[in-house]
Design a protein around this ligand. Structure first.
Ligand code: HEC
Length: 126
């Protein structure tokens, strides 16, 4: 027979473990942390601003405005990251301007994590 005190102790231990896991799960989503946003802004200014403008309001005959952008608002973080990894070529039937949106903003050195940070930054412009 297990002593009742042991049962209470193991219940407390399980509850503590559940709490730790919950906190880890919440804190693990670094995509919207201030550090992610700052890293994303840096990538944005170095790579994306060339076409979308330093203020993200778009540039004539280059990228369109990413401020209050419907496409950004309508897609989840993961979908936006996938979009940025692929880009949207001028030949893509979904392209609306006839201008290339290059994969990773045209910088093949950028990683998926960089794109996740950029998405965190784009969310702050909506
Ligand atoms: C060489 C120019 C260029 C660069 C660099 C560039 N873009 Fe674009 N981007 C475009 C163009 C052009 C479009 C519009 C494509 C179309 O006509 O559908 C676009 C579209 C987008 C869209 C979709 C907007 C919409 O309303 O459909 C997002 C989001 C976006 N770009 C984000 C980025 C990010 C983030 C970066 C940097 C990693 C970046 N772009 C770099 C040219 C560029």
């Amino acid at each position: 027979m297990t002593h009742p005190a042991m049962r209470i102790l193991s219940t407390i231990a399980l509850a503590a473990l559940a709490l730790v896991l919950l906190v880890a799960a919440c804190g693990g989503g670094t995509s919207t942390s201030p550090a992610a946003v700052a890293a994303g802004e840096k990538v944005y200014q170095q790579t994306c601003a060339t076409c979308h403008g330093r203020d993200a309001k778009g540039l004539p005959n280059l990228g369109r405005s990413l401020q209050a952008n419907e496409f950004v608002a309508d897609h989840r973080d993961g979908e936006l990251v996938a979009f940025l990894m692929e880009g949207r070529r001028a030949t893509d039937p979904l392209n609306t301007t006839g201008i290339d949106m290059p994969p990773r903003g045209g910088n093949p050195m950028l990683t998926q994590a960089d794109m996740e940070h950029v998405v965190a930054f784009l969310r702050t412009l909506q």
